[in-house]
Design a protein around this ligand. Structure first.
Ligand SMILES: C[S@@+](CC[C@H](N)C(=O)[O-])C[C@H]1O[C@@H](n2cnc3c(N)ncnc32)[C@H](O)[C@@H]1O
Length: 399
């Protein structure tokens, strides 16, 4: 592909990504993969170059751009080589007209900047869009961290998580024999840390209420050394169905799965009422802490969608609380740095649940020195901790 052809491909993809953001369609990564599946003629260098253009344009534009062309023109303002690719050739975009609008640069839509800016400074806000490192969690059921480190060239221990390794950018993890052998899972260090806050132990009964495809379930199983009862729930059948093959590869013993009906979760879990040692609520959230991986997610969020998520989180934390046994724990996690979803949600819960309390500060409890105390919990941010952004609280039910 010529530079002009690459620019046109990036514009086409950005148009698709903008449209998908408006209607809640597929993520940018999925759209890019689909685009190239249908264009096998594009070589790996072209794919990398187009992908890079697309992600640079997404990262640069805080507000949803008017079009893919406007988004790419925004990037071309500081990139003369890219501006030259608007050459009007048969495969390329038309030349940039004098005064033609470029998408404005920024970190996030104004309404969201206002919410996030209440507790994050400029540097912390812009770090939300850094490029994320490639982290894995070594599967303690099968190997030690040192053993897996020796198998992967360039792997280094992550700064905080006990089983974390950071791999060189571009490592094709799924092609590594150690992956097929279940010796590790791809998992951001922050996600490893907040799961460790559950302090799941062998023999416990643990519920992962919003398990998705099981990223945290597998870490819980490893911490439990495959002993005890682990119940993974989710309301999304497709996500939950991806857990079984992952569990098998990881050598994780039986995990019970429960497909929940949104709104009727408590009925499906009635048999577990007051009976669970630890309930993990990795709540559905706006994902503002994961923009490093999905920067287009900030184009998807609206105030109405955020309100709906906050209401769902408030409901799920209460469904979870009913399952916790006296003296047990509820661990509430969001990969968001919006207060209403994290610290605010937990403060509201504590205000109407007499006797419940925020447990010991997490780093002391888990031995992990990461994050900063925030509200009744702990917060991790890309700027301070080099992880995705998370809020986690560990709540104790009275005896
Ligand atoms: C942050 S994601 C979970 C990610 C997962 N724990 C992991 O570590 O990979 C939130 C999950 O909540 C699920 N969810 C949404 N509504 C739910 C409900 N009413 N009950 C249970 N899970 C729900 C979503 O399907 C989604 O998988």
């Amino acid at each position: 592909m010529t530079p002009a052809g690459r620019a046109q491909a990036a514009i086409d993809l950005l148009d698709e990504i903008i449209a998908a953001a408006a209607r809640g369609g597929a993520a940018a990564d999925t759209l890019i993969a689909r685009y190239f599946k249908a264009r096998r003629y594009a070589g790996s260098k072209d794919r990398r170059a187009v992908r890079d253009l697309v992600y640079r344009a997404i990262r640069r534009a805080g507000e949803v751009p008017a079009s893919g062309r406007a988004a790419l023109i925004g990037l071309a303002v500081d990139d003369p080589a890219l501006a030259a690719a608007f050459d009007g050739s048969a495969v390329g975009p038309a030349p940039i007209a004098a005064g033609e609008a470029a998408a404005p640069g920024g970190i996030a839509p104004a309404w969201l900047m206002e919410r996030l800016g209440r507790s994050l400074d400029e540097a912390q806000l812009s770090a939300l869009l850094d490029r994320a490192p490639l982290d894995i969690r070594v599967n303690a059921l099968k190997a030690s961290r040192a053993e897996v480190q020796a198998l992967i060239p360039g792997a280094e221990p992550t700064p905080h998580a006990a089983m974390g390794l950071r791999l060189p950018e571009g490592t094709q993890v799924e092609a590594l024999p150690a992956f097929a052998q279940g010796l590790f899972e791809v998992q951001d260090e922050g996600s490893q840390i907040v799961t460790a806050a559950a302090d799941a132990r062998p023999g416990m009964t643990v519920v992962d209420l919003c398990a998705g495809a099981g990223g945290k379930t597998l870490a819980l199983a490893a911490a439990m050394e495959n002993r005890g009862r682990l119940i993974a729930c989710d309301a999304d059948r497709a996500r939950l169905s991806r857990l079984a093959p992952r569990a098998e590869r990881a050598g994780v013993g039986p995990v019970e799965t429960r497909l929940l009906d949104g709104g009727r979760e408590a009925d499906a879990l009635a048999a577990l009422r007051d009976a669970v040692d630890v309930v993990l609520v990795d709540a559905p959230c706006s994902g503002t802490g994961t923009w490093r991986r999905n920067p287009e997610a900030r184009w998807r969020l609206t105030p109405e969608r955020l309100d709906r998520l906050v209401a769902l989180q408030a409901r799920l934390i209460r469904v979870a609380a009913a399952l916790v046994r006296p003296g047990g724990y509820l661990v509430y996690i969001v990969c968001s740095l919006v207060d209403e979803e994290g610290a605010g949600q937990v403060a509201a819960f504590l205000a109407d649940h007499a006797g419940w309390s925020a447990a010991e500060p997490l780093p002391v409890q888990t031995g992990l020195i990461a994050g900063s105390p925030y509200g009744a919990g702990l917060r991790l941010t890309p700027a301070t901790d080099g992880t995705d952004g998370f809020f986690v609280a560990r709540l104790h039910r009275p005896w």
